[in-house]
Every structure is written in C-alpha cells, then in structure tokens.
Design a protein. Structure first.
Length: 120
C-alpha cells in the first residue's frame, strides 16, 4: 500500500504534456510551418496532423522552421522523414530551417541534415 501511494505521488507530480506551438504562413510559393517547444512521442502526432494539412493544402514546397524547438526525438524525426518522402513522391520539396544547435545535432546524427536550408 505504501509503495502504491508513493507511485501515485510520483505520477501526480509528473509535468503535464505541452502541445508544441505551430504557426503556418505563406512565403512566396512555399508554406512555412514554424514549430516551437518539444517534439517528442507525446507531441509528434500534433505536428504530423498539422504538417499533413499543410501538405494537402499547398502545391509548392514546405519548409519546417525548427528555430523554436527545444527537444526533438525519434518521433519528431519520423514526422520529418515521412513528410519528406511524401513530398518527394509528388515532385515537391521539404526543407528544414533554423534548427537550434541541439536539434541540428539530432538531424546530423540521423542523417537528415541535408534537408536543412538557409533562411530565405
């Protein structure tokens, strides 16, 4: 019983899941998705849903601006790779812009840093 109470306190004190901030804007013939916050297993589906909508609503290139991302795990990488593959299959491009140093490191280790583009 004591162990269960201690476990309940640990989970009760767990930090709430924060949804990343997502902003979509047009830049010329491209659509830019600005992402801020953490992109992890809990939040990647929200980013995926937004990115799916962006890809469906525009016919040009899609740029994902990661300048406000403080954490990116394999779930976030999977979102980016999936979007890249879908756009590439439709003869369109995905670019990643403004990764923070920690995010750039993750992109490099996973081999998708070639998607990083210079800011417009």
């Amino acid at each position: 019983m004591v162990a269960q109470q201690q476990e309940d306190r640990i989970f009760a004190g767990h930090a709430p899941i924060h949804t990343p901030q997502l902003t979509v804007r047009a830049e010329g013939s491209s659509i830019v998705l600005l992402v801020s916050g953490e992109v992890d297993m809990a939040t990647a589906p929200t980013v995926q849903e937004c990115l799916d909508g962006v890809m469906a609503d525009c016919s040009g290139s899609v740029i994902v601006d990661l300048g406000g991302v403080t954490f990116l795990d394999s779930s976030g990488i999977a979102v980016l790779v999936r979007a890249h593959c879908q756009l590439q299959g439709a003869a369109r491009d995905l670019g990643i812009r403004n990764p923070t140093p920690i995010v750039r490191g993750v992109l490099t280790v996973t081999g998708i840093d070639d998607l990083v583009v210079d800011p417009a």
